[in-house]
Design a protein around this ligand. Structure first.
Ligand SMILES: *Cc1c(COP(=O)(O)O)cnc(C)c1O
Length: 412
C-alpha cells in the first residue's frame, strides 16, 4: 500500500458515493458488481440535476441562450471524452447509448459497406455477447464468416493462433480490451500491430477497460473503440464510439433523422459531417453531460492511481480466495484486473449469490453475457466479484466470510 497510500485515500473516496452507505438485509452494502454497472459519485448526480435545473434545452437547434448553454455543455462533454481516451480530434467521438450500440453501429455501417460473401471477421473466445451477436447478424446477411481466436486455461488470448487466423479474407478484428468475465487485459497494441500489418482494421470493446486502465487510442492504434458511461461511474444510456476520422467520413450513416442531415428533399438527402452524421435524433444530452462529470471525477482520482490500487486489491482477493478449498478461480491471466470469477464445489453459483446477498454482499452470478466462454470452461455460470476503486480489503474479507457461510450451509 505504500506507493499509493499518499495519493489514494479510499475512506475519503467512499464519501463521494452516497449509495455506499446503504444497508442491505441489515448489513452494510458491499458492492462487488461493478462490471455490471458502477456506482455514481455525488458530482455525477449533481451534474444531471444541474443540467435539468439550469440548462435543459435541445442542442444545435436554437439561437436562444439556453440552447447555446446545452450545446456548449454537450460539446464540452465530447471534448472530455476525446481527451480521456486521447483521440486526435473531438469529431472522432460519437455519442451512443453504450458499448452495445457502438459495436452495432460499426457492424451496420462499416461492416455492411466493407464486408461481403466469404469475408471473415475475427473475435476472441472471451467476448461479451455484445461483441458476438452484431457480427453474427452481419455475417448472416452478407454470407461472411465469424472466426474465434482461442484462449488458454488461464484465460489468455493465444496470440500465435490469433495471427494464424489472419488472412486476406479477414476484413475486421473485433476484440475485448478487458474481459468482463475473466478480468484478462488483452495485449491490444500487439493485436493491432498484427492486424494492421495486413491492412485489417481493429475495433476494441472497451466497456471494462476504460474504468480500470488508462486508455490511449492513438498509442494503441485501434480504428474503433467502444465504451459505456455507466461502467465508468457515469449515467446509464450513454456511451461513446471512437472512430478514426477517415473511416467515419467514408462510412454510411447508421440511423436516419434529425441532426444527421444537412438538407432533406424528397429526392435526395445530404448527410451532415461527423460526428453529427451518426447522431440521429435527440441525443441523451443530460447523460453526456453526466459522463463528462464522471470523466472529470476519475481524472481527479487519477487512472494510474486507480489501476495501482485495484491491482493490489485484486491480488489480495486472489490470495484469499485461493486459500479456500472448494473455490476454483476462473480467469487467472498474468495480466488481469478487477475481476474475481469463481465456482464452488457442491454449491450452485445462484445459491452462493443468494447467501452472499443475505450478508449484504452484491456479486453477479450467471454467464455474464458470455455463454460461449462459460462453455469453454465447462461451467454453466460463475460467481463474479468485480471491484472498483471504492472497494476495500475489509470488503474482500466480508466476501470471504460469506463464502465460509456458504460452505457451512452446504456441508450440513
Ligand atoms: C458491459 C459490457 C458490454 C455491454 O455494455 P452495454 O453498456 O450493456 O452496452 C460489452 N462488452 C463488455 C466487455 C462489457 O463488460
Amino acid at each position: 500500500m505504500s506507493t499509493t497510500a499518499n495519493t489514494f485515500d479510499v475512506a475519503r473516496i467512499r464519501e463521494d458515493f452516497p449509495i455506499l452507505k446503504e444497508m442491505i438485509n441489515g448489513k452494510p452494502l458491499v458492492y462487488l458488481d461493478n462490471a455490471a454497472t458502477s456506482q455514481k459519485p455525488q458530482v455525477v448526480i449533481d451534474a444531471l440535476v444541474n443540467y435539468y435545473m439550469t440548462e435543459n434545452s435541445n442542442v444545435h437547434r436554437g439561437v436562444h441562450t439556453l440552447s447555446q448553454r446545452a450545446t456548449d455543455s454537450y460539446e464540452e462533454a465530447r471534448t472530455k471524452v476525446q481527451e480521456f481516451i486521447n483521440a486526435k480530434e473531438d469529431k472522432e467521438v460519437i455519442f451512443v447509448r453504450g458499448t452495445t450500440e457502438g459495436i452495432n453501429l460499426v457492424a451496420q455501417t462499416y461492416g455492411r459497406e466493407n464486408i461481403g460473401p466469404g469475408d471473415e471477421i475475427i473475435i476472441s473466445a472471451m467476448e461479451h455477447h455484445s461483441n458476438i451477436v452484431p457480427w453474427q447478424i452481419l455475417c448472416e446477411e452478407k454470407g461472411a464468416r465469424l472466426k474465434v481466436a482461442p484462449i488458454n486455461d488461464d484465460g489468455e488470448l493465444l496470440l500465435d493462433e490469433f495471427e494464424n487466423l489472419l488472412s486476406p479474407r479477414t476484413k475486421l478484428v473485433s476484440i475485448v480490451h478487458q474481459s468482463n468475465a475473466l478480468g484478462t487485459i488483452n495485449p491490444v497494441e500487439q493485436i493491432v500491430e498484427l492486424a494492421h500489418a495486413r491492412g485489417i482494421p481493429v475495433l476494441l470493446d472497451g466497456a471494462q477497460a476504460v474504468a480500470h486502465v488508462p486508455v490511449d487510442v492513438q498509442k494503441i492504434g485501434c480504428d474503433f473503440y467502444a465504451f459505456s458511461g455507466h461502467k465508468l461511474y457515469g449515467p446509464t444510456g450513454v456511451g461513446a464510439l471512437y472512430g478514426r476520422a477517415d473511416l467515419l467520413n467514408a462510412m454510411p450513416p447508421y440511423q436516419g433523422g434529425g441532426e444527421m442531415i444537412r438538407s432533406v428533399t424528397y429526392e435526395k438527402t445530404l448527410y451532415n459531417v461527423i460526428p453529427a452524421k451518426f447522431e440521429a435524433g435527440t441525443q441523451n444530452i443530460a447523460g453526456s453531460v453526466g459522463l463528462g462529470a464522471a470523466i472529470d471525477y476519475v481524472n481527479g482520482v487519477g487512472m494510474e492511481n486507480i489501476a495501482t490500487y485495484e491491482n493490489e486489491l485484486v491480488a489480495y482477493g486472489t490470495e484469499k480466495l485461493s486459500e479456500i478449498e472448494p473455490v476454483r478461480l476462473i480467469g487467472t491471466a498474468r495480466n488481469k484486473g478487477s475481476i474475481l470469477s469463481f465456482v464452488m464445489e457442491n454449491a450452485h453459483p445462484h445459491d452462493v449469490g443468494t447467501i452472499l446477498d443475505s450478508e449484504g454482499v452484491a456479486v453477479r452470478t450467471g454467464h455474464h453475457c458470455a455463454q460461449p466462454l462459460m462453455d469453454r470452461y465447462g461451467v454453466p455460470a460463475t460467481v463474479r466479484a468485480s471491484l472498483a476503486f471504492y472497494n476495500t480489503r475489509e470488503e474482500i474479507d466480508t466476501l470471504v466470510k460469506g463464502i465460509d457461510r456458504v460452505i457451512e450451509v452446504f456441508s450440513r
